[in-house]
Design a protein around this ligand. Sequence first.
Ligand SMILES: NC(=O)c1ccc[n+]([C@@H]2O[C@H](COP(=O)([O-])OP(=O)(O)OC[C@H]3O[C@@H](n4cnc5c(N)ncnc54)[C@H](OP(=O)(O)O)[C@@H]3O)[C@@H](O)[C@H]2O)c1
Length: 252
Amino acid sequence: MKLEGKFAVVTGGGSGIGLAITRALRTAGAYVLIVGRNPQRLAAAQGRDTGITTFVADLAKESDRDRLARYLAGGRPLEVLVNNAGTMTDIDLHDQRAMLMMEGELAVDLSAPIHLTMALLPTLLSRPEAAVVNVSTGLIYAPFGRTPGYATAKAGVHAFSQTLRHQTRREALHVLEVLPPTVDTELTGDYGGSKIKPDAVGSAVVTALINGTTELRVGQAKFLYAMARMAPNTLFTLMNKVADNDAAKARS
Ligand SMILES: NC(=O)c1ccc[n+]([C@@H]2O[C@H](COP(=O)([O-])OP(=O)(O)OC[C@H]3O[C@@H](n4cnc5c(N)ncnc54)[C@H](OP(=O)(O)O)[C@@H]3O)[C@@H](O)[C@H]2O)c1
């Protein structure tokens, strides 16, 4: 699709991968509304760029998602929705608070992208060309056992992207799922190992939108995809050994 002059919303656009996608979209000539809970963070991301606007919302809350959809209905028609906002938390399923924590994680990482997509789909489908970009993770191929809420949510985002793409296949909607590897952001602060820079994901997303790619596996996510096809159990064991070692190191 052509991005010049398009209007995009990027959830979690105030930092990390969302900010990198926002910058890459701006470079490609799109206008971007960035959404997040922290107004200072959004203002810092906006800087002096008049092509970026901001909207404060807690996407874990249904009422805030509705408020965002109403706000968008009153303005310029949306053409690109980037469902990027997310959190990743270690949850011990033996813990009495685990259910509450799981619900919180699922609300941001799974319900919010689905809810926003459903609310904005009529507008997106009314445009000559439009896109939904869902940021999942390369970890859908080898989930970390220590983050069951995140793993469950992202598997859901993957399935939702596939089904949305299937149901809209005869319409002018491009559904792009982005599967990043480990990226150097706040979300991975406690994680060891090699990390790529958010900008690498941002520019790859814009290229994928221009080229019509449906599943964008960035860097190591390509390796996880291939390994998951050849030796899924070995991959799962290996990945979790590394993740559990990292967690032990972070605790000590
Ligand atoms: N970093 C990685 O290695 C990696 C790998 C694969 C996939 N991902 C995915 O990439 C996406 C972005 O993550 P990131 O690494 O860039 O993390 P990040 O730097 O922590 O950014 C997360 C963004 O989401 C926003 N956010 C979090 N909870 C929110 C809520 N309840 N309502 C509204 N906004 C919320 C945050 O803004 P506020 O705090 O202002 O709300 C923040 O801007 C996530 O979906 C993540 O799962 C990351």
